[in-house]
Each structure stands twice: as C-alpha cells, then as structure tokens.
Design a protein around this ligand. Structure first.
Ligand SMILES: [Zn+2]
Length: 182
C-alpha cells in the first residue's frame, strides 16, 4: 500500500453530517469502493486517527492540534466562517435557546405551521443569520417548546390581569375575585 495521502483517500461519507468531519479523509481499501472505517487522516497534518463511529476523537484532535483553525484569528474571513460552521451550538446553549424561542414565537404570533422549520427558505434564513444553529425539529417544537411557551404566556397573562385590573373581592361571591365592569 502506498504511503502518504494518495488517491486512496476518500472524503467522509455523506451520512457523517458533522462539520468537523470535513477536515478528515477516510482511507480507502485497495481496489474496492469501500472505506476503512476505523482510520481517518487529518487534512491539516499527516496524523492518522482512530475513528470510533463518532466525531469526538476528530473534534479533540482539531482542538488539540489545530486550535488556531478552530478558534483563532485568520486573515481570511471565509476561513473563519468555515470554522464557525465547525462548531455547532448545543441545543441548550443560551444562544440556541433564544433562537428556538424566537422560532416558537414566530409560529404562535404569525400562526405559521410547525413544519416551517422544514422549509428550505426558512432554514436558509436561519443559516445566514446563525450558521452554528442546529434547526429545532418539528417534533421538539410541537411537543416541548410551544407547550412550554404557551404555559409561560398563560401564566404571564393571568398574573398581569391580576395586577392591572382593579380587583374587587365581594362577600357575595364568597371571596372570589371578579373584574371591574368596563
Ligand atoms: Zn491534524
């Protein structure tokens, strides 16, 4: 087998969606259209790494050996953009949460369907605004984010009604709160 980064190297398979994986090539087996799925080669240095079905190892290598590529300053804005793509936001990070909430608000206020998050145009808009954001799923929106938002809004409305409207506690209603007539 030839040494070095020859034509046997293949890009990471498409199913490996992680942006990190674009910095690595898989070693191809001789004469076969298959990958050696256990070894990847860094595109930035000659190092070979073990690949164990996730990108943890690859991410660690990038941050240890190529931290400048990941986090440093670069003369090229384009490269920095690539680097930004490499570090996706965790869904529980403050920035990601804020975006997810804004999408939930858009759906509620503008009466948009949940599947707006699957629309190409909408996805592109978010990608332009925040390339690191991983789009919230329709399921997560409909089962978690929106019900939570709804409960919050309901509580807020109820408490603001109690604060803003003069309350009248009447003995006749056994202490129940009633609104003033307009
Ligand atoms: Zn490397």
């Amino acid at each position: 087998m030839a040494e070095g980064h020859g034509s046997q190297l293949k890009p990471a398979p498409a199913k490996l969606k992680s942006e990190v994986s674009k910095y690595f090539m898989f070693k191809g087996s001789d004469g076969k259209d298959e990958f050696d799925k256990t070894t990847v080669v860094c595109k930035l240095c000659p190092q070979e790494l073990r690949f164990c079905n996730d990108t943890t190892n690859l991410r660690n290598h990038l941050s240890r050996r190529h931290a400048d590529k990941l986090f440093g300053f670069s003369d090229s804005g384009q490269q920095r953009l690539d680097v930004a793509f490499a570090c996706k936001l965790q869904s529980d990070s403050p920035r990601a949460k804020k975006i997810t909430e804004a999408i939930a608000m858009l759906i509620c206020k503008d009466l948009r369907p949940y599947n707006i998050v699957e629309n190409e145009g909408f996805q592109n808009l978010i990608k332009v605004l925040e390339p690191r954001y991983v789009m919230v799923t329709r399921k997560c929106l409909s089962e978690m984010v929106i019900p939570k938002k709804y409960a919050e809004v309901k509580t807020n409305v109820e408490s603001s009604q109690q604060n803003e409207l003069p309350l009248r506690v009447t003995a006749g209603h056994k202490g129940r709160l009633t609104r003033m007539s307009p």
